[in-house]
Design a protein around this ligand. Structure first.
Ligand code: CUA
Length: 329
């Protein structure tokens, strides 16, 4: 090979590498890592990306060089020269990918093993998924519709599902795990950044799937201890029940800042109660929670779980009914 060609090839390779690197670095592909596991997973992404850019550069350079130098004139219909393989080349282009793929799998295996490590004293939170809400239960037995975690402590999330398969995911914590009915699963997360991040269901689970969201608030250790001490509640019991049972996943309700559209708009509860004509406003709301199939608002399917009557304690149901009746217009 001539020296000039080699320089041209290298130049093309550097251009391809520069384009690949710019695409990788200038676009923020990954969310900010808010957990140790997320940092490790990001490392695997970058490890594989660097290898991919190197391979892309070599292939793109050779391809561009050949199109440039060996383009056949429009009137040339002859065959190319016969070539009978090249053993050294074939060994090289088999060995290099084998080494690279093996390196990626070793790095991935190490990260997987580290990310499964709960340490000696993890905070255990039970995560329950159901159409279309998340519920988080703490060691003291209290449960909430949103997750609150301290920084710098291993957290073991024990995940179950009530009805169909869901999947727990916080992009900033990276770890993702299916919630499977009858088959408990778990993941470890170790927050390292305070802040509020979304909890997203990533398994198509029914009408309200896209709205099956909650949030995780990551607090400093002192703030977390204070949160646990005051029982975690910072809102009215009615609002707490509304959040705990994920009503906002499907319903719009201004007082709770909820914007779901799968089920009827709860801001219009009064008008609907009049139209339904099934007793007083509070008894209509009560019936709609414990026996939602008894009256369906026209235009809405029978999508609300029929299980809230047995899941929510009578005290909480009446708090919820009062809360909704007061906020309804
Ligand atoms: Cu639950 Cu999608």
């Amino acid at each position: 090979m001539r020296r000039g060609s080699l320089i041209q090839l290298t130049a093309l390779g550097l251009i391809a590498a520069a384009i690949g690197t710019a695409v990788a670095l200038l676009i923020p592909w990954l969310p900010t890592a808010a957990g140790k596991e997320a940092q490790r997973i990001d490392f695997v992404y970058w490890f594989a990306t660097v290898i991919a850019i190197a391979v892309f550069s070599v292939v793109a350079a050779v391809l561009a060089f050949e199109i440039w130098k060996f383009r056949a004139p429009p009137d040339d219909d002859s065959d190319g020269p016969p070539i009978h393989g090249h053993t050294t080349l074939e060994i090289v282009w088999t060995a290099i990918p084998a080494v690279l793929v093996t390196a990626i799998s070793i790095v991935s295996a190490v990260v997987l093993a580290q990310n499964g490590h709960a340490g000696s004293n993890p905070l255990v939170v039970k995560v329950k998924a159901q159409q279309f809400a998340w519920n988080f239960t703490y060691p003291n037995g209290r449960s909430y519709g949103f997750l609150t975690l301290p920084v710098n402590r291993h957290v073991k999330l024990e995940i179950t599902a009530v009805d169909v398969i869901h999947s727990f995911w916080v992009p900033e914590l990276s770890q993702k795990q299916d919630a499977v009915p009858g088959h408990p699963t778990s993941i470890i997360v170790t927050p390292i950044k305070t802040g509020t991040f979304p909890v997203i269901c990533t398994e198509l689970c029914g009408l309200g799937h896209s709205l099956m969201r909650s949030h995780v608030e990551i607090l400093s250790q002192a703030d977390y201890a204070a949160w646990v001490k005051r029982g975690g509640q910072s809102s009215s019991p009615g609002l707490a029940a509304f959040q705990q049972f994920g009503c906002g996943g499907c319903h719009t309700f201004k007082p709770a800042g909820a914007t779901g559209t799968v089920g009827p708009d709860l801001d219009k509860l009064k008008a609907e109660a009049t139209r339904a004509n099934r007793g007083s406003l509070t008894s209509f709301i009560h019936e709609s929670i414990v026996e939602p199939q008894a009256y369906l608002e026209p235009g809405y399917p029978d999508a609300m779980p029929h299980t809230f009557g047995s899941q929510i304690s009578p005290a909480q149901i009446s708090q919820l009914v009062q809360y909704l009746a007061q906020g309804a217009q």
